[in-house]
Design a protein around this ligand. Sequence first.
Ligand code: G6P
Length: 279
Amino acid sequence: MSDIALTSFQGQPALALRAPDGARATVLLHGAHLVSWVPAGGEEQLYLSPDAKFGMGTAVRGGVPVIFPQFNERGPLPRHGLVRSRSWAPVESVVRAGHAIGVLRFTDDMATRTHWPHGFEAELTVSLAGRNLDIELAITNTGDTTFDFTAALHTYFHCHDLLKLQVEGLQGCDYEDMPDGLQGQQWGDVLTFVGPIDRIYKMVRRTLTLREIGRRTQVATSGFDDVVVWNPGEAGAAALSDMPDADWQNMLCVEAATIVDPVRLAPGQDWAGMQSLTA
Ligand SMILES: O=P(O)(O)OC[C@H]1O[C@H](O)[C@H](O)[C@@H](O)[C@@H]1O
């Protein structure tokens, strides 16, 4: 085991990252799950359900779940893949050039190979300073067979009132509504919310802006092609056992994802995708 100092968050071992300027974040070893991000001089940016469950085999409601190698139920594997409810190994927790940096790694094992017979290594790097936070997911094919995968950084943003929040930057993007698969195209540039939404926006190339009174957060991605926008709405939240009924009004998921065109990796190849947030 490494000599990296761990803290405890909800009884779970975690990396507590703190930059010299006061920006801070917490990443659980469980799922390499970012559960908190507070920019320098700012407030918490992520939604984490007060009813979230923690521990082996569970998926944490809120923060940034890491989805790999399958998004949702779009394939034969467990919903949202194999790594969000497993323990990752801490690799590094340092301050470098003014940034707090945490790195975690997951390597295929008997449990993943039962579902998916491939050798892989997943590495998540969180780097933050000031008002910025970058999350990078890197995947290496360490086996001897080619595989395809889909992936996402399933970021739950906290908002004060979903009905007064808007997302800008998706104009002209084609989308697929889930679960019915209806296709559409984003007409106006400003997306607002009145109820549930579950949409894959395809080939998103622009920086998105989440805006509400007194706050603006920018979301840029590289390596990921798609963006999922999800909110369960009132009835959907009531059906979730790990989220208070009213909390759908205080969160919006804007997920950096690669879903429509899965990534193909030959033995020895790697891939990386990044989501960069500026508060
Ligand atoms: O409840 P979970 O398994 O964490 O999934 C939460 C949500 O994740 C994504 O955003 C999907 O697009 C939704 O269809 C799904 O409901």
